[in-house]
Design a protein around this ligand. Sequence first.
Ligand SMILES: NC(=O)c1ccc[n+]([C@@H]2O[C@H](COP(=O)([O-])OP(=O)(O)OC[C@H]3O[C@@H](n4cnc5c(N)ncnc54)[C@H](OP(=O)(O)O)[C@@H]3O)[C@@H](O)[C@H]2O)c1
Length: 364
Amino acid sequence: MSSTPPILIALIGYTGNVGSALLERIRGLPQALQPRLSGVANSRSAYRFDRPILVDELESALLHGKPAALSDVLRFDAPASFNETIARHEQHPLRLCAMVDCTANEMISRSYGALLRDGTHVVTPNKLAFSRGYHEFQELKAAAAEGGARLDFETAVGAALPILDPLTGLVQSGDRVSHIEANLSGTLAYVLNRMQDDGTALSTAIAEAHGQGLTEPDPWQDLSGADVAKKLLILVRCAGVAAEPEQVQIAPLLTRSVDQQTFTDFDAQWAARVQEARRLEGRLVYRARFDGQKLSVEPALVAPRDPLATGRARDNVIVLQSQLYHPEALIIRGPGAGAHLTANGVLMGLLRIHREATRVSGTH
Ligand SMILES: NC(=O)c1ccc[n+]([C@@H]2O[C@H](COP(=O)([O-])OP(=O)(O)OC[C@H]3O[C@@H](n4cnc5c(N)ncnc54)[C@H](OP(=O)(O)O)[C@@H]3O)[C@@H](O)[C@H]2O)c1
């Protein structure tokens, strides 16, 4: 068992689907490995604890604790009252402090740069910081390098599927990606599969996906294609392509012409579309594509034997061709959404940082 002190985290979005699943998964670890909480926040309140606490202590800490400002929760510089664990953290070659952002919040995603520069690791499934202008993506990487901190956004694409880190490694080792076709939305895969496999109405399938915590906090983000466009951008950037958001051509799955329109308004139109796909013996998928130059996301009718058509339920499928993976493509497939899968991916990121600190300090 490692003698490296456990990692200390500020968890933002602790009451959400992913945040609360993360707390549950942390609780399942041996106590010595369990990340300790220095603070938590949601959209309604923020708490900073005067000593790092175990997840099991959270309820009573919230009951007796004093609310703090979000900016305070994100500060890891320890006040005198912090206990010995913190002192040990500070003596450590790598300070083991991480901000875990389990929100889809823009403002919070803008705090990463300063935290990274200060040596705080950032682990997040939130896509926003990595899908704005390319220079911002580069700046975040530079901030992480400057602070010696890890920036882990593996779960922003494909939930816990191993995609971004292996892809980054592939490209760093000299391979060049020439073509990607992918289904990057667990939500849209789930909705399209339910309609085609079981004849479920569009609105029912969306409600099911939402109920299972698969959708974005705002499901229109998924249905408009905006969420998939962000994922494609992140994917190709990890493949070494300096792509900008406006380069992604987006054809939405659903477009709301007036604000009052509900999902049921689209049921009949989609039932007809599914029937037509069946008649043509094709499979409807929501396809993200990089052809070496152009980037697009769109509904597409593919042949039943196309790898993209082989995903089931909430599966993501990534079909990648490169100098090394040619003519046979590299195919990654598996469930690409879900609170527990995503939370576990976040937890794996935290444990990776802990392992790395253990290795650097030589304590086992
Ligand atoms: N769910 C998935 O399968 C999945 C998969 C991959 C990636 N992700 C990503 O994971 C993130 C979280 O998704 P989710 O499904 O857990 O969303 P969610 O259930 O809506 O939870 C969002 C959390 O963020 C909190 N929050 C919102 N605005 C905040 C603010 N201004 N300050 C502090 N906290 C704030 C919310 O607080 P309240 O409780 O007060 O509302 C809630 O705790 C998103 O970025 C999403 O894209 C999710």
